[in-house]
Each structure stands twice: as structure tokens, then as C-alpha cells.
Design a binder for this molecule. Structure first.
Ligand code: ATP
Ligand code: MG
Length: 415
């Protein structure tokens, strides 16, 4: 790949920091939340340095809509807290301040940090404190994960400030670690899944050394806390690029380490799983409460259908047993809350019911149950991804259509 092999030296490496003036970038202050600008303005007014940083800057420079905006400053969390009534210090691993605004927006303010010296790590009484040594903007950047996530925007003079080559990497569309990726992934293995999610979501390539480091250090992913991994996996599945992410994780061997048990059900059917996820990325509503369960079901569906082909003479008991076994393997890999596990099982079983048809046993109750709509949406993802099973779907859709006409309150009570 020519993009990847272009030697770094070719890029314009000026002395750092490199200041990109307003005339050379497309980031407009109009696109930044007024709340974030307000926070920066107030910090500046009291003599502190404050910049916009992270995904907000990255996404605006790419012409994408950011999820939220983060502010970095040289004020300590306590100092920030004092300046904003509507704020709270949060976090143990990283102490941050959340500033709350009317309408529900939250601006996250972090203090510039630095990496601790080795002697400070050894002598730290509380190991959590090693993440909370404060430093300069330059030091702060060096602790961040990827160059494209490490650009500052200074709304005071409209400049973008780049200490690590993030500006060039944005234009070359590559995910590059700050420093040696093997070291950075050993420090925090979750950076590996983040690299994959960013590459998939933004359509960027992984810098070759980053890809290599994931292959080599992937086993470390199990060192991250299970809760953090669960959040990461759900984040990836709901990123809008779950298909590409899962494919890339499989290629780099990370999927196996992330799902030591469930990968046995996923990897043999990878192509089908990826096709389903790509389809789901484009069609499922990722904001709905059942979306996490829907995406997790898709990881397992091809295996379940391969073992117990729906529609053939497979009994409820047989399907349930298979579903139970496969979802159990997922549960061994991730701490899934009971309700989520339950929903996944209901959805998978619902897919079997859809194939059995609206006249089969239990269909009536299924139709009136909580998972009906979510199951049909999932069924559409499945059938449209592989073949045209509309005839199977139609009788159910008629049902939905008929139901929609009923005023909500007059829905017949279930006996
Ligand atoms: P998103 O669009 O997903 O919010 P983001 O880049 O804003 O992407 P966040 O998780 O919101 O990601 O983190 C904000 C910033 O904090 C990142 O841009 C990065 O600079 C830094 N960061 C987050 N997680 C890590 C990590 N594990 N290691 C180093 N830096 C990190
Ligand atoms: Mg963010």
C-alpha cells in the first residue's frame, strides 16, 4: 500500500510544536459546541491555558460530526471545579472535571498530564495516582494514544497545535501510535481495540508498525479489566463500523484474544458474521435499547444456524440448547449483565420463531412480547444480507402493519 509505505521523512516535519494557522485548516469555531467554547473562555479569563483536544478536534478537521468535546487545561481539577458551579470532579484512574450544561451537554475538562518518572511509580502510595501527575501541553500530548487524537485547537487564535505529526497523519489517513506502539499497547492494551475502531470508523489504515504490534501484543488484551473490555466491545459493535472492525480484529488475531471462548463460534463463520454486521451497521438503529443485544446476537447467529438450521425440523428444545451453549461461551469472555444475556437469547430464539411462521406454537405470545420488533429488524438484516426470504417475513409484517393502526391504549390485553 503506497499510503502506508510512504516514509515518514517525506512528511513535512517542522520543529515542534507545529502551529497550523486558521488559513490552512478547515476547523471552524462555529462547529464547536458553544458550551465547550464557554468553558475555554472562562478558563482563559482566569489566566489558565485551555485548548480543545481529542476526538472533537480530529472529527472537525475531517469534516465529521464529533460526539462531544474535551477540553485540556493547566488548571488543576480543583481549580476548574471552583470556576464552574455546575461541575463535578469524577474519575479515580484519571481525575477529570465534568461541566454540566442546560440541555444535558457535558464538557469534560482534563488537566495536562505527564508520564511519571520511574522513581515516582515505585514510591507512589496509591498506584492510581501515577496517572495524575500534572505537566505541560507537550507532555500531555505524549501520553495520548494516537497522533490524530493529540491535536489541540486554540479558539483564542484559531490555531491547531501539533506536537506529534497528527496533522500529517490525518491527511495521510493513518492511525499511528505516539511512540513505540508495542510499549504503548503494553501500557494499556485497550489502545489496540481503539486503533481498530478508529481505523474502521474513519476509513483509515493502520500504520504498519501499529498493525504488527497488535499481532504481537494482542494476547495482552486479556489484561484489561473485564468491564472495560465489555464497554470497548459494545463501543465497537455500535460504532457504525462493526463489520469492518470485526474483520480487522480477526485479521490481526485480536478477535481470538478478545473472545477466547466465543471465537470458536465466530471465526469459522467469519465471512458471514462480517456480512451481517456490515448490513446491520447500515440498517439497525444503533440508538435503540436493544441494539447492543442485536449486534451481539449477530456475532453468534451464523454458528447457531449452522449447527441447527432454522426451518428444518429443529425443535424448540434443540435450538434453545444450542443458543444457551453459544451465549454461555460469550458470557465467559465478557461480563454481560443478566438482562443483556437474556435479550440476546430471546432475539436468537425469536429468529427461529420467525422462520417457523406466525401460525406455529408460541407465535402469538411472541408477537405480543417485548422482543418482537427487534427480532423482525434482526431478521431483515439476516435475510437481506444473504437471500430473499421476504415470503417468510411478509405474514409477520402484515401483523405489524395491522397493529400499528391500533391506538396504543386500545391494544388488546394479553390474557
Ligand atoms: P470518540 O470519537 O470515540 O469519542 P475520542 O478520540 O474522543 O474518540 P475518547 O475516548 O473520548 O476518544 O478520549 C478522548 C481523548 O483522550 C482521545 O482522543 C485521546 O487523546 C485520549 N485517550 C483516550 N483513551 C486513551 C488511552 N487509552 N490512552 C491514551 N490516550 C487516550
Ligand atoms: Mg471523545
Amino acid at each position: 500500500m503506497s499510503k502506508e509505505s510512504s516514509p515518514l521523512k517525506e512528511a513535512s516535519w517542522g520543529p515542534y510544536p507545529r502551529i497550523i494557522p486558521r488559513s490552512e485548516h478547515s476547523l471552524s469555531r462555529k462547529d464547536v459546541w458553544p458550551e465547550a467554547l464557554k468553558v475555554i473562555r472562562r478558563l482563559s479569563k482566569f489566566g489558565y491555558t485551555a485548548y480543545l483536544v481529542g476526538g472533537g478536534v480530529r472529527d472537525l478537521l475531517l469534516g465529521r460530526k464529533p460526539k462531544d468535546f474535551d477540553v485540556a487545561t493547566d488548571a488543576t481539577p480543583e481549580e476548574v471545579r471552583k470556576l464552574f458551579n455546575n461541575s463535578r470532579i469524577i474519575g479515580r484512574r484519571f481525575r477529570l472535571v465534568h461541566v454540566y450544561f442546560k440541555g444535558g451537554r457535558i464538557v469534560e475538562v482534563s488537566t495536562f498530564r505527564r508520564a511519571p518518572e520511574p522513581h515516582e511509580v515505585e514510591s507512589a502510595e496509591d498506584p492510581r495516582m501515577i496517572n495524575n501527575f500534572y505537566g505541560s501541553p507537550h507532555q500531555d500530548v505524549m501520553r495520548r494514544d494516537f497522533t490524530i487524537n493529540a491535536l489541540f485547537y486554540n479558539p483564542g487564535d484559531f490555531t491547531v497545535i501539533d506536537y506529534v505529526g497528527g496533522w500529517d497523519d490525518l491527511r495521510r489517513r493513518v492511525i499511528r501510535s505516539i511512540g513505540d506502539p508495542r510499549v504503548r499497547f503494553a501500557e494499556d492494551p485497550v489502545r489496540m481495540t481503539r486503533a481498530i475502531e478508529f481505523a474502521s470508523r474513519l476509513g483509515f489504515s493502520l500504520y504498519p508498525r501499529v498493525a504488527e504490534a497488535i499481532r504481537e501484543e494482542g494476547w495482552r488484551i486479556s489484561q484489561a479489566s473485564p468491564e472495560r473490555l465489555r464497554e470497548e466491545v459494545l463501543g465497537i459493535l455500535l460504532s457504525g463500523a462493526s463489520g469492518r472492525s470485526v474483520k480487522l480484529m480477526a485479521e490481526l488475531g485480536l478477535l481470538y484474544h478478545l473472545f477466547p471462548h466465543a471465537s470458536e463460534a465466530i471465526l469459522p463463520h467469519l465471512q458471514e458474521v462480517v456480512t451481517l454486521l456490515v448490513r446491520a451497521d447500515g440498517s439497525l438503529n444503533r440508538g435503540m435499547p436493544y441494539a447492543p443485544a442485536q449486534f451481539l446476537s449477530l456475532l453468534l447467529l451464523p454458528r447457531i444456524k449452522a449447527a441447527k438450521p432454522f426451518g428444518a425440523r429443529v425443535t424448540l428444545g434443540e435450538v434453545m440448547e444450542e443458543i444457551f451453549m453459544v451465549t454461555q461461551s460469550l458470557r465467559e469472555d465478557l461480563p454481560l449483565p443478566v438482562h443483556l444475556l437474556h435479550t440476546i437469547r430471546e432475539l436468537l430464539l425469536g429468529l427461529w420463531r420467525v422462520v417457523r411462521g406466525p401460525r406455529s406454537r408460541g407465535a402469538k405470545r411472541f408477537r405480543g412480547g417485548d422482543y418482537f420488533k427487534a427480532t423482525l429488524d434482526l431478521f431483515k438484516v439476516d435475510t437481506l444480507a444473504f437471500r430473499d426470504d421476504k415470503p417468510l417475513l411478509e405474514p409477520w409484517l402484515e401483523e405489524v402493519g395491522r397493529r400499528r393502526k391500533l391506538p396504543y391504549r386500545n391494544r388488546p390485553r394479553r390474557r
